[in-house]
Design a protein around this ligand. Sequence first.
Ligand SMILES: *[C@@H]1O[C@H](CO)[C@@H](O)[C@H](O)[C@H]1NC(C)=O
Ligand SMILES: *[C@@H]1O[C@H](CO)[C@@H](O)[C@H](O)[C@H]1NC(C)=O
Ligand SMILES: *[C@@H]1O[C@H](CO)[C@@H](O)[C@H](O)[C@H]1NC(C)=O
Length: 316
Amino acid sequence: MEAKLSVLFTVAIMLVLAANGDESVQPLVKKVKGKKLCDKGWECKGWSVYCCNQTISDYFDAYQFENLFAKRNSPVAHAVGFWDYHSFITAAAQYQPLGFGTTGAKHSGMKEVAAFLGHVGSKTTCGYGVATGGPLAWGLCYNKEMSPSQMYCDDYYKLTYPCAPGASYHGRGALPLYWNYNYGETGQALKVDLLNHPEYIEQNATLAFQAAIWRWMTPVKKRQPSAHDVFVGNWKPTKNDTLSKRIPGFGATMNVLYGDQVCGKDDSDSMNNIVSHYLYYLDLMGVGREEAGPHEVLSCSEQKAFNPTSSSASSS
Ligand SMILES: *[C@@H]1O[C@H](CO)[C@@H](O)[C@H](O)[C@H]1NC(C)=O
Ligand SMILES: *[C@@H]1O[C@H](CO)[C@@H](O)[C@H](O)[C@H]1NC(C)=O
Ligand SMILES: *[C@@H]1O[C@H](CO)[C@@H](O)[C@H](O)[C@H]1NC(C)=O
């Protein structure tokens, strides 16, 4: 009995040590042309300036993920058991050396994670009206569109992104993908054959988060900023941007991702829904919504779209 207890005790100590060890991973450091570059193991690999900073798992724990997405595994949710913290961190690992969640001090990283997840929460929620826990507690309720009314196959792209026979390109993922060309482009970037296997996105949470973070980190068009760029301050508005009321901040992330579907329509419900998720997550993460900045930074209600929808390209 005593022997057993001491074994248990030793195992417990080893677990504690392992946990602490994880938290204070010392980066490998080298200097190249006066620049300090780091490599922090699997979560931030590849000699990047960003890896010298705190990584996402240093400041965002599994219990916080549980708080943000508290209702996702309740029996009435539509993707029970699918989404988890581990998948998010695994997917994020690929983009942290590029600055995702690692740009600037810890506080800035936390804000970016809240902003990204705010978009995710608002796109995957099933918390309408008087849902228990409040409407904002239901992010990651879905991982796919439930009753698609069409296959989302756009023949205009039949040479570049031909639809696979029988495949349906309805909404799937954390920032849901729609249409053959979006599955095609994302699949090319992630080196996964999503054009022939769009269903992979609803079968693999890591892949679903990867696709979403890739979208966040990648400009929609060449010479435009990504959502990440406009949020962390990598983007300097031109005169035309300023005239179009586009300024760096959370509002501009909605402009990059959704353009005039959400922006330039005063305080629309669709815009308010995304903003509310962001503010809610800032509070839950302990950053506080007062850190989100003034209304013109937070909203895009007066911004003209980076990519205005022309009447001919109205497919979203
Ligand atoms: C890393 O964090 C520090 C503050 O903690 C910040 O000044 C610096 O800009 C960050 N590095 C990068 C590459 O963002
Ligand atoms: C899920 O996707 C990730 C990232 O693309 C990949 O590494 C992993 O092997 C996939 N898992 C399965 C079970 O296919
Ligand atoms: C200025 O912005 C408008 C609307 O966003 C856009 O249509 C136009 O092409 C832009 N002009 C330049 C020179 O970038």
